[in-house]
Ligand binder design. Structure first.
Ligand code: PLP
Length: 412
């Protein structure tokens, strides 16, 4: 590629193409749209979810426990499918806890992180017997009193706000002043409070950040997390049984981004689990991934309603938009708006391409799903596909905005 060529999206080869149509769950897209009965919809491919977990397992040492952070995609059928594939589910609210339990995840393998857990949520957690990642001193006293009230033990670990950041991260969630976790400097005092209230600390949880595509940065964060946990474990009254090293594995969304190189991460985790067997022999090492597990297995499908030309610029007006897919519109944490990978899903083989913008039906210029992209020439009735949409889609979008119907989600 010449140096001055514009950066492009990595090819979306996870979905096969037959007779110009994308296959999702082995079904041609137009047939799937007929089966769903309406557009827009999200479709998640079961086989791709399985393949992704299998690839990860092959790259990581067997001692590493793999958790699914269900905030990425809480669709109940999908969580149920994931629960059968991974070693545990991480939840971030009482509502997510219900879905995880309904999905059949063992309470022993569910953990709960997030700032501002309410007494009601902590009560649910103790009653269910799941692990709570403590994020404040208040949560210790609250849990101790709930435990007494219910006559059940509270299972706790400490979420640590580390004294370092995950470099090159799309979203930083540790280091500096943060609402997440307890500052590393305060953990010793927190452990004292835990013991004083008669609770026992099962381990530590460190989550430095999200959406990272640089293996070296993830390796560095995992190593620093390990060292920090080792130091903190020295103050814990009982041996550490669980060390959650976080995740942050990213997927390529935008032009120029490449898929994460798992080999280096796998090798580093193998070295860490080797060390842990000597340093903390009773500890399980856990990583928790959201988008990396589910993001590439999902698409958003929306139908072209209108094709307009305004002063020479082609607009494909579709029946879905930022109300269903805020992230693809560039309004979910992006600093500069960039296009997700987009295609006309029933014209995958088209040689005739044109520059077009895909816009939704909302009366705001923010409702832009693709800005001047090279797409197959499309007309009303065609199906626009947005790839990399299995995470932070339906549940992370303002579905009430402008009063359109809620989006449908299918697992195929
Ligand atoms: C959001 C979140 C995750 C998942 O992040 P991804 O980028 O989707 O992998 C994992 N753990 C915690 C604590 C989170 O807040």
């Amino acid at each position: 590629m010449p140096n001055n060529a514009a950066p492009v999206h990595v090819p979306m080869i996870q979905f096969p193409v037959v007779n110009d149509e994308l296959l999702v769950g082995a079904m041609p897209l137009t047939q799937l749209a007929a089966r769903v009965g309406r557009t827009p919809f999200y479709a998640y491919d079961r086989a791709l979810l399985e393949k992704r977990v299998a690839e990860l397992r092959a790259a990581l040492p067997t001692a590493i426990k793999l958790h699914y952070a269900m905030k990425a995609n809480p669709m109940p059928a999908l969580v149920c499918h994931m629960a059968g594939l991974v070693d545990g589910i991480d939840v971030a609210s009482g509502g997510e806890l219900k879905v995880a339990l309904d999905a059949g995840a063992s309470p022993h393998e569910i953990s709960f992180a997030g700032p501002g857990k309410s007494r009601a949520e902590l009560t649910q957690a103790v009653a269910a017997g799941i692990l709570v990642n403590l994020e404040s001193f208040r949560e210790v006293t609250e849990l101790a009193s709930i435990s007494q009230e219910l006559g059940l033990p509270a299972r706790v670990a400490v979420r640590v706000n580390p004294d370092f950041e995950l470099k090159s991260s799309g979203m930083k969630m540790g280091g500096g002043p943060k609402q997440f976790g307890v500052d590393a400097e305060q953990v010793s005092a927190l452990l004292g409070e835990i013991a004083r209230h008669g609770l026992s600390c099962e381990g530590f949880h460190l989550f430095a950040g999200s959406q990272n595509l640089k293996a070296e940065a993830i390796v560095e964060a995992q190593n620093k997390s390990y060292e920090l946990a080792l130091r903190l474990a020295a103050d814990a009254p009982t041996p550490i049984r669980s060390l959650n090293l976080g995740g942050g594995f990213g997927i390529p969304y935008f032009p120029g981004e490449q898929r994460l190189d798992l080999a280096a991460i796998g090798a580093n985790l193998a070295a860490l689990s080797q060390r842990a067997s000597a340093d903390m022999p009773s500890a399980e090492l856990v990583i928790e991934l959201g988008r990396y597990l589910v993001g590439e297995a999902g698409i958003y499908v929306t139908r072209v309603v209108d094709r307009k030309i305004s002063r020479g610029h082609i607009f494909l007006v579709v029946d879905g938009g930022l109300n269903h897919h805020l992230a693809a519109s560039g309004n979910f944490g992006q600093v500069i708006r960039k296009n997700y990978p987009v295609a006309i899903g029933n014209r995958m083989g088209a040689t005739e391409k044109e520059s077009a913008s895909v816009v939704g039906p909302l009366c705001t210029p923010l409702d832009l799903l693709a800005d001047r992209m090279e797409l197959a020439s499309a007309k009303p009735g065609d199906l626009v596909v947005i790839f990399q949409s299995g995470a932070y889609g339906a549940s992370a979008s303002p579905q009430g905005f402008l009063g359109h119907p809620a989006v449908v989600e299918v697992l195929v």
